[in-house]
Design a protein around this ligand. Structure first.
Ligand code: PMP
Length: 359
């Protein structure tokens, strides 16, 4: 059996060691005679798995005690609504527009009330992150929302916006757990799991206890953070298997050296690929140097008529899902935690050879 290097933006690669452990426990989890998929979410076996996963996540991210950790469903997309339903209130909120994902969050927030644009990547056609000095925050906003890493275009904040006392809300779907993070800078962090966290179907929310309050009238029960906090994310049946696998991913990160080590590896992988792009006339990236994502590296071939040959050749070489998002075209290599550096080396070798034969 040969494992492919899967450069998908998500669902993405999981660490091989995690998949092997899950496989070894698939039919009978720790002698229970049952798969985790068959365990009651209210039984002591699964509640133990759930508690352990949270404890490990708290250790690796060093999450302060004043934050609740929620294991929800509905993807980051549901958070686009859940955040304003719970937090927007009469003051309105500030949003930073850096690309497709932040605009989707903005569109949902507008259904709940006033949204101001505190900054935008328009200056460079959204191939850069706005400079810190260009951001203008309303000191009375209920919160500031931003997308630290835009998965589709591959732009990433190299800084955490300073919003003074206004709570900062971040869609960290494609960057959470890729490096160390000071959680105390944020009021709320959310992320769909299918990149650095675990299987699709699970959504992580870290929320400061002060932000858990009454949502706007008419909010569905499932969209009320208070309900999930009170029920420890077990108000209804949670995505048990995804939660368990995420716990195994957290343990893998810890055993590999934690987020410090993830950051070192991720920076090295990204810098290697960007260096290759910068040193070639055949490949180019539109993203400005100070805004380059470590997680999603977008690039184009100088001669776009070679795109399909590039993609069919890469698929045949075991380098999967390099096609860029349909809205931007070109190529995208997503290099999340589970992508080994060897995968980047093989990709660069493939690119070099492709350039030699098609350049
Ligand atoms: N935000 C970002 C930054 C994303 O990358 C994605 C998914 N690729 C989403 C939101 C939507 O996530 P989901 O599919 O989990 O709803």
């Amino acid at each position: 059996m040969v494992r492919a290097y899967n450069f998908s933006s998500g669902p993405a690669m999981l660490p091989e060691g995690v998949l092997e452990k899950v496989q070894s426990e698939l039919l009978s989890w720790q002698g229970s005679g049952m798969s985790v998929m068959e365990l009651s979410h209210r039984g002591k076996d699964f509640t133990g798995i759930a508690r352990n996963a949270e404890a490990t996540l708290r250790r690796i991210l060093d999450i302060p005690d004043e934050y609740h950790v929620l294991f929800l469903q509905g993807g980051a997309t549901s958070q686009f609504s859940m955040v304003p339903a719970n937090l927007l209130r009469d003051q309105g909120a500030d949003y930073i527009d850096t690309g497709i994902w932040s605009r989707k969050a903005i569109a949902e927030a507008r259904r709940y009330g006033r949204v101001r644009l505190a900054g935008t990547g328009e200056r460079c056609g959204f191939s850069c992150i706005p400079e810190p000095g260009s951001l203008e925050f309303d000191p009375d906003a209920a919160y500031v929302h931003y997308t630290p890493n835009e998965t589709i275009s591959g732009v990433e904040f190299s800084y955490v916006p300073d919003t003074s006392r206004v709570p900062l809300v971040a869609d960290m779907s494609s960057t959470l757990l890729s490096r160390p993070l000071d959680v105390s800078r944020f009021g709320l962090i959310y992320a769909g799991a299918q990149k650095n966290i675990g299987p699709a179907g699970l959504t992580l929310v870290l929320i400061h206890e002060d932000l858990v309050g009454e949502p706007v009238a008419g909010t569905p029960t499932m969209f009320d953070y208070r309900v999930h906090v009170k029920n420890a994310s077990m108000f209804n049946t949670p995505p048990t298997f995804a939660w368990y696998v995420a716990g195994e991913v957290f343990s893998w990160i810890e055993a590999e050296g934690g987020l410090e080590e993830m950051g070192v590896r991720n920076r090295r992988k990204a810098e290697k690929l960007y260096a290759h792009l910068d040193n070639s006339d055949f490949y180019k990236t539109a993203v400005e140097p100070g805004s380059r994502s470590w997680m999603n590296i977008t690039f184009a071939l100088a001669d776009e008529t070679c795109n399909s040959a590039f993609l069919s050749g890469s698929e045949a070489a075991g380098l999967k899902n390099l096609k860029g998002h349909r809205s931007v075209g070109g190529m995208r290599a997503s290099l999340y935690n589970a992508m080994p550096e060897a995968g980047v080396d093989v990709l660069i070798e493939y690119m070099r050879e492709f350039e030699r034969t098609h350049g």
